[in-house]
Design a protein around this ligand. Structure first.
Ligand code: ATP
Ligand code: SKM
Ligand code: MG
Length: 204
């Protein structure tokens, strides 16, 4: 994996400082389907010189290439959730990476606690209109195969938002160039991991 670039000034870049400050921790993206966890996570990993992992993709690999909708249809959601929890635990043990989770993964307390121990988490927050606009392009979200997918997405969002809020950082994933969202993730990670030191020498 290439190291993040060192700028001409000789000062380490924000990206290099973040990678160093992370140590063995990963960055985990959480949030609703369509929030951009996979899209933004892949780009963020490139900028930071970290591996990119996608929990949904890893679950499909572990099931000999069955798709997520097929796993839901054949085995049911509880089976999927147990597998998802195990896969995320394994991926978090593998050293620093950017990990995009499935939209429901953070709802499990066991998974949240592992993420808290092993990673810095970012909630990619998106409102229901944006989510619907994005997920309409593909029919691969089994939880939205209902009579009224928009109402279902709204209900899931209301149930999940209080839990997604437990992430370390929140970034609004609106319709702006992907690289802008990545820049905002990098700024937020930098402030979180390397907070500016308090002003010294304040006098009364
Ligand atoms: N900031 C953005 N602006 C515009 N489109 C975006 C943005 N982020 C993601 N998208 C688009 O939204 C769609 C869904 O994104 P993506 O698959 O990354 O979401 P996800 O959070 O990984 O969803 P899931 O939980 O279902 O895996 C993609 O077509 C992607 O190109
Ligand atoms: O929001 C969810 O619960 C899901 C989101 C996707 O990433 C997949 O993990 C699956 O479709 C379930
Ligand atoms: Mg995804």
């Amino acid at each position: 994996m290439p190291e993040p670039a060192i700028p001409a000034s000789g000062r380490p870049s924000q990206e290099a400082e973040i990678s160093a400050a992370l140590g063995k921790r990963s960055i985990v993206l959480v949030g609703m389907m369509g929030a951009g966890k996979t899209t933004i996570g892949r780009r963020l990993s490139g900028r930071l010189g970290l591996r990119f992992l996608d929990a949904d993709g890893e679950i499909e690999l572990a099931h000999a290439g069955m798709t997520i909708p097929e796993i839901f249809a054949v085995h049911g959601e509880p089976y999927f959730r147990d597998g998802e929890s195990r896969v995320i635990a394994r991926l978090l043990e593998g050293g620093p990476a950017v990990l995009a989770t499935g939209g429901g993964a953070f709802m499990r307390e066991e998974t949240r606690s592992r993420i808290r121990d092993k990673a810095v988490s970012i909630w990619l927050k998106a409102d229901v209109d944006i989510i619907m606009k994005r997920v309409k392009r593909r029919a691969d979200r089994p939880l939205l195969q209902t009579e009224d997918p928009e109402a279902t997405a709204g209900r899931l969002l209301r149930e999940r938002e209080p839990v997604y809020q437990c992430a370390d950082l929140t970034i609004w994933s609106r319709d702006v160039p992907h690289e802008k969202i990545v820049d905002e993730c990098i700024d937020a990670l930098h402030t979180f991991l390397l907070p500016p030191s308090p002003t010294l020498g304040a006098t009364r």
